[in-house]
Design a protein around this ligand. Structure first.
Ligand SMILES: Nc1nc2c(ncn2[C@@H]2O[C@H](COP(=O)(O)OP(=O)(O)OP(=O)(O)O)[C@@H](O)[C@H]2O)c(=O)[nH]1
Length: 527
C-alpha cells in the first residue's frame, strides 16, 4: 500500500491536535483539582474559626456559671458586673441570663423581689398571637430573672421558658445530664429582625455540685447564653468570604435539615446548584451543624491560569507548522523526483519525433524478451523504413525531411491499439515497434503502412507519388537461452524482402518453431 503524503499529514494533524487537546485538558483538570482543594481548605479553615469562636463564648459562659455554682444566691448587681466583663470581650453574645426554677408557691416572692428594680415585674409568656401576657398559673416556672444587657432584651425579662417546647426540651436535657445543652434553632422573644438564634443552658445545682442521681431535686436554675447565629457568623472569620462563594449553615440534628444562616457576598452571582463541599461544626454538644459551600459559575474560570489554553494553542500551531513543513518537504521531494523523471524521459526519447530512442529500445526488448520467456508468450516486432527517403531529402531539403519524419512517426504511433505496444525511432528513417503478447504482427504492420500512405505527403520520386513505408515483421515464442537479437534480425530480414519486392508493402518472416516455418517469407495482401 502506498502511503500518500496526504494520509501522513492527516495522521500527524489528527494525532498532534488530539494530543494537544488531551494534554491541555489534563492540565486544566489538574489546575481545577488544585483550585477545588484550596476551596476546601478555605472552607475547613472558616469552619475551624467559627468553631473556635463558639468555644470561646461557651468558655466565657462557663466562667459565669462557675460563680453561680459557688453561690446560687448571686445578686442581680453581682450578675450584671460579671456579665458585663464577659460581654465586653464577646460583644456578639446577644444576652447572658440567669433562669432560676420557681415553684408555684415561690412565684410571688420572686416577682416582688425584682419589682424594686423593674417596676411591675411579673412572669410573662406569649399568647397565640405572639403578644406578651402575664404567665398563667403552673406548678413551676423557668423565668428569665437576670438579663444583661437589659437594653435590647427588655422583652425577655420575666419570660417563662417552660412555655416554649424548644427551650423546655433543652432545659430538661441540661437538668438530666448535668451538662450544658443547646436549643434547636429558634426565634427569640426579643428578636426584632429575622435572625435565627439558639440558647445554651448551663445547669446549676444546690451546693454547687452536679448530683449523681435525682438531678431535678437539686436543680436551682441555669445560666444561659443567648446567641444570634448571624451575629456569631459575621464576627467570626467565617463571615469574611470571597465574592464568588456562598456559605450556608445548617442544623442537621434529627431528621430535619434547618437552614440557620446564609452568607453570600454577591447576591447577583449565579451559584452552581450542587454543593461543592461541606464541613461539620463540632462545638455544639448535642447538635449537628454543618457548613455547606456553594461556588459561583465562574469560580473556577476566574482562578484558572491561561496555561492550558496557551499549551493548546501552541500545540495546535506546532502540529500545523510541522505538517506544513513536512508537506513542503514532500512537495520538494516529488518535484525533484519529477525533474529526475523528466530528465530520464528526455534521455529515453528521440528529440525530433518524441518516440523512444534506440537506447531505450535495447532495454525494453531485453525486458519484454525475459517476460515472454517467463509467461511462455509470444512477442512480435515490426521494422519500418521510409521508402526512397534519400530522394525525398534531395528533392525537398533536410528540413522538409525532418517534418516528414515527424508526420510518419505520428501516423505509426496512432496505428497502435494496445497500451503496452512501444514505438521506437531505431535510427535515421527507420522505426521499430515491439508488440508483446502478439502472434499476428502483420495486421498492425499493414495498418501502419496504410496510415502512412494515407498521410499523402507528396513524393515525386516515389512510385505512388506519396511517401510510403516498407514493413518487415516477425514474431517468436522465446525460450530460455534464445538470443533476443534474433527477433530484430528476423524482422529486418523481412524488411529487406519487402524493399526488394518493390517497397510500400508488409513482409512477414515466419519464424515459429512450432510449425517449422522458420525462414519462410509471407507478403502482405498488397501483392
Ligand atoms: N531529414 C532527415 N533525413 C534523414 C534523417 N535520418 C536519416 N536521413 C536520411 O534518410 C536517407 C536514407 O537513405 P537510404 O538509406 O539510402 O534509403 P532510402 O533512400 O530511403 O532508400 P530505401 O530505403 O532503399 O527505400 C539518407 O539520405 C539520410 O540522410 C533525419 O533525421 N532527417
Amino acid at each position: 500500500m502506498v502511503i500518500t503524503s496526504k494520509v501522513i499529514m492527516s495522521v500527524i494533524l489528527i494525532f498532534g491536535i488530539g494530543f494537544s487537546l488531551l494534554f491541555s485538558y489534563m492540565l486544566y483538570q489538574s489546575e481545577k483539582d488544585v483550585i477545588m482543594a484550596e476551596m476546601q481548605k478555605d472552607a475547613e479553615r472558616r469552619a475551624a474559626a467559627f468553631t473556635l469562636s463558639l468555644s470561646m463564648k461557651f468558655e466565657a459562659l462557663h466562667t459565669l456559671t462557675a460563680l453561680f455554682r459557688q453561690n446560687p444566691d448571686f445578686s442581680y448587681s453581682d450578675f450584671k458586673n460579671e456579665a458585663k466583663i464577659v460581654l465586653e470581650r464577646h460583644p456578639d453574645i446577644q444576652a447572658l441570663e440567669w433562669m432560676p426554677i420557681v415553684r408555684k408557691e415561690q412565684r410571688e416572692e420572686y416577682e416582688q423581689h425584682l419589682q424594686y428594680i423593674h417596676t411591675g415585674f411579673t412572669f410573662v409568656e406569649l399568647d397565640d398571637g405572639g403578644n406578651v401576657i402575664k404567665a398563667a398559673e403552673r406548678d413551676f416556672y423557668y423565668p428569665v430573672y437576670y438579663v444583661e444587657p437589659y437594653i435590647g432584651n427588655e422583652v425577655a425579662l420575666g419570660y417563662d421558658m417552660s412555655t416554649s417546647a424548644a427551650r423546655l426540651s433543652s432545659i430538661d436535657r441540661a437538668i438530666d445530664s448535668g451538662r450544658e445543652s443547646v436549643t434547636e434553632p429558634l426565634m427569640l422573644v426579643q428578636e426584632s429582625g429575622s435572625q435565627t438564634s439558639f440558647l445554651m443552658f448551663n445547669p446549676v445545682y444546690r451546693d454547687g455540685f452536679v448530683p449523681f442521681v435525682n438531678h431535678r431535686e437539686f436543680f436551682v436554675g441555669a445560666v444561659l447564653g443567648v446567641f444570634r447565629i448571624g451575629d456569631l457568623y459575621q464576627t467570626s472569620e467565617a463571615g469574611n468570604i470571597p465574592h464568588d462563594v456562598k456559605l450556608l449553615l445548617y442544623d442537621l440534628t434529627g431528621e430535619q435539615k434547618t437552614l440557620l444562616h446564609t452568607r453570600v457576598h454577591d447576591e447577583d452571582k449565579q451559584y452552581i446548584g450542587e454543593m461543592a463541599y461541606s464541613v461539620d461544626i463540632d462545638a455544639l454538644f448535642d447538635r449537628d451543624w454543618r457548613f455547606e459551600v456553594f461556588i459561583a459559575d465562574d469560580y473556577i474560570s476566574q482562578r484558572m491560569s491561561s496555561q492550558p489554553y496557551i499549551i493548546l494553542i501552541l500545540g495546535v500551531l506546532l502540529v500545523i507548522a510541522s505538517a506544513a513543513y513536512l508537506d513542503l518537504i514532500y512537495k520538494y521531494i516529488s518535484l525533484i523526483k519529477c525533474k529526475n523523471c523528466d530528465l530520464q524521459n528526455i534521455s529515453l526519447r528521440d528529440p525530433l519525433t518524441n518516440l523512444y530512442n534506440r537506447r531505450h529500445f535495447d532495454d525494453v526488448l531485453k525486458k519484454e524478451w525475459q517476460r515472454a520467456i517467463r509467461a511462455e508468450s509470444s512477442i512480435s516486432m515490426l521494422v519500418i523504413d521510409i521508402d526512397h527517403f534519400k530522394r525525398f531529402n534531395d528533392s525537398f531539403g533536410h528540413m522538409a525531411g525532418d517534418l516528414c519524419l515527424k508526420e510518419v512517426a505520428k501516423a505509426i504511433s496512432q496505428s497502435m491499439s494496445r497500451s503496452n505496444d512501444s514505438v521506437f525511432r531505431y535510427g535515421g528513417e527507420e522505426f521499430a515497434i515491439l508488440l508483446p503478447n502478439t502472434t499476428d504482427p502483420k495486421s498492425v504492420a499493414e495498418r501502419c503502412r496504410q496510415n502512412v500512405e494515407a498521410l499523402g505527403i507528396r513524393h515525386p520520386d516515389s512510385v505512388e507519388e506519396v511517401v510510403t513505408v516498407s514493413v518487415g515483421c516477425a514474431f517468436i515464442r522465446p525460450e530460455k537461452g534464445d538470443d533476443h537479437n534474433a527477433l530484430f534480425l528476423e524482422a529486418d530480414r523481412a524488411l529487406y524482402a519487402a524493399k526488394k519486392a518493390g517497397r510500400n508493402r508488409v513482409c512477414e518472416q515466419l519464424n515459429q518453431k512450432d510449425n517449422a516455418l522458420v525462414g519462410a517469407i509471407e507478403f502482405s495482401p498488397k501483392d
